[in-house]
Ligand binder design. Structure first.
Ligand SMILES: Nc1nc2c(ncn2[C@@H]2O[C@H](COP(=O)(O)OP(=O)(O)OP(=O)(O)O)[C@@H](O)[C@H]2O)c(=O)[nH]1
Ligand SMILES: [Mg+2]
Length: 338
């Protein structure tokens, strides 16, 4: 095995020791390795994850979604402070934001919305990897979850900023999926994709403060009855609807109690182990597909031909079917042709 490659990389053992010892600086550097798109970091990242894997899986992983402005960042700040101050625990906050074109992703700007958490010793806030498409971003978030777990973070909150596919990705790597909603914004459940409703374990109507309080209560009753129209999930859990105020702090502890109740149920009925198995299998599939995709795009023959073929398809001279067959044939002839 060659020693670690590239500038400013530590030897593998230093990362492993540092992460397991909860060293935040080393953890941050380890995350950078895992997020790196440099081929030379790939092997180091794999060995690091292999070494740390036995120390993962013990945290509570919660996915949090909701439309822009619903208060996700403010909610995470309040929940994080509850975990730290009231429960004496620690928390890592990650995000999946494949759409963000800005380096650092949106959570960086969000730190202003997580002002209390941002200065907490026991909180780690990590922005979304800013490059790449959803598959790559999701892969790196999943691996960052594992690094945080190995570093001793007991609670991992993953904010999804995108709407649509990124929810599915986050669902596949978390244990509890929470949707934040507003009372009276949009026409109740109709505005939300049915797919998202089917994925969630809980809903919290945020901004239940001031004049909005009674409206939020009414909305929670409506949402709860609407949720009952969906088939019960196989793990025996019935999604609950609560109200909260991320600014005032009311209801935040109750939301967390719901997450804990869900965890307890899944531990008792054995579904947690199944869930973790499903997550591992999903991870395997994602990694494999991603690896194939990378190989494909790195392939010289493919990348040389692709722009021309795209143009031909655009002009209607070649069918997409024929073009894709040609590309796959090129790839098939020499899969490692880079
Ligand atoms: N009254 C009230 N305002 C809130 C509450 N939670 C958040 N807000 C306000 O709502 C606005 C949006 O909050 P954010 O936390 O940035 O929302 P977000 O969902 O993270 O938004 P994006 O990151 O853009 O998707 C801010 O002005 C917050 O101060 C709440 O519980 N009550
Ligand atoms: Mg936000």
């Amino acid at each position: 095995m060659p020693p670690s490659i590239g500038p400013r990389r530590l030897p593998l053992e230093r990362y492993v020791e540092g992460v397991l010892g909860g060293d935040r600086v080393v953890l941050a550097r380890a995350i950078t390795v895992v997020e790196s798109q440099l081929p030379s970091d790939g092997e180091l990242a794999t060995r690091l994850l292999d070494a740390l894997l036995p120390h993962t899986g013990r945290s509570l992983r919660v996915g949090i979604t909701g439309v822009p402005g619903v208060g996700k960042s403010t909610f995470i700040d309040a929940l994080g402070m509850h975990l730290i101050r009231d429960r004496g625990e620690n928390v890592a906050v990650l995000s999946v934001d494949p759409s963000s074109p800005f380096s650092g992703g949106s959570i960086l700007g969000d730190k202003t919305r997580m002002e209390r958490l941002a200065v907490e010793e026991r909180a780690l806030i990590r922005p979304s990897p800013s490059q790449g498409h959803l598959g790559g971003v999701a892969r790196r978030t999943r691996e960052t979850i594992l690094l945080c777990e190995a570093a001793g973070y007991r609670n991992i909150l993953v904010e999804t900023v995108g709407v649509g596919q990124s929810e599915t990705a986050v669902r596949s790597m978390t244990d509890f999926f929470l949707l934040l909603m507003l009372a009276g914004a949009g026409d109740e459940l109709q505005g939300i994709k049915r797919g998202i409703i089917e994925m969630l374990d809980g809903m919290a109507i945020n901004k239940a403060d001031g004049d909005n309080g009674p409206k939020a209560e009414r909305a929670s009753i409506e949402y709860a009855s609407a949720l009952h129209l969906f088939p019960a999930s196989a793990d025996g859990w019935t999604p609950r609807v609560l109200t909260c105020s991320s600014i005032g702090g009311d209801g935040i502890a109750e939301v967390w109690r719901m997450v804990l109740a869900h965890r307890e149920l899944l531990e008792e009925n054995g579904c947690l182990a199944q869930l973790r198995n499903r997550q591992a299998l999903q991870w395997l599939d994602d990694l494999t597909m991603l690896g194939l995709e990378e190989l494909f795009h790195r392939n010289r023959a493919v990348s040389g031909r692709l722009p021309l073929l795209r143009e031909e398809v655009r002009r209607g001279r070649v069918t997409p079917f024929a073009a894709s067959r040609e590309l796959l044939a090129l790839f098939h002839r020499q899969p490692a042709g880079d």
